[in-house]
Design a protein around this ligand. Sequence first.
Ligand code: ZN
Ligand code: ZN
Length: 298
Amino acid sequence: MVLEAPGRPLALADRDDPLPGPGQLLIDVSCCGVCRTDLHLLDGEVDVPRTPVVLGHQIVGRVAKAGPGAGLRRGTRVGVPWLGWTCGTCRFCTTGRENLCIRARFTGRDIHGGYAEHAVADVRYCLRLPDELADLEAAPLLCGGLIGYRARVFAFTRPGDDATQAFARSLGVEWAGATGDEPPDQLDAALVFAPVGAVVLDALRACDRGGTVVCAGIHMSDLPPIPYADLWLERSIKSVANLTRRDGEEFLGLAPEVPVRSTVTVYPLEQANEALDDLRHGRFEGAAVLQVAARDLQ
Ligand SMILES: [Zn+2]
Ligand SMILES: [Zn+2]
């Protein structure tokens, strides 16, 4: 499923099988998670440097062929996240912040992603997946899970979205309400996943002194003016960008211990546009995953 130009639906297309170069893996894709970032790319809200491109940066698959020096056995299960390549030499790479690499290349944007039967990935950026996680469960953890793993306890949804609040309670949150509601306790930190700038002010006002509002999305509408009194007392607002390989290793090591459970809605690959549209309109709970191969139906 190919993005030919922003603003147009993805096109179902036959492409030549990609070949793995030195240090790369050819992967038989089992499934691929659908992320809000994919919607931002589709809508042109996040820049797409080159088209056509295959979206998808939560890839679960198995090694079909290893390029020279890639050294993973055929059949090994791997996960491919958003961070697809970094330079290793810039001031961010050399200080443990490869998520901010100035030359970074991202899967499903700069590198063809996993809305496809095959994908090629640099072995150094592939993640080993714990055996406890089935393919469909693992896919949404590769971006949404990874970015959000500290977000729990208090959940805020769109006003009136009782279904999602009930869903959040069923997952064990302490409290669920609408943005703008006052939670029972002041928050130490708030993670904002909604691409809506106004929510940042609500989040800031729900935070205790010293609290941090973390914006977790790649794109957001403009923030409203912020009265200084709401920022005062060492409250702060920051964004988190991308991931480091260490984040991926730590989180996937932790996920089976918690254990983190994924709630997924499965679509066949050819229905990628429906999945994206349902995501846009909040028509499913949990995460959408495109199923490419039917071998893992747990
Ligand atoms: Zn993502
Ligand atoms: Zn770099």
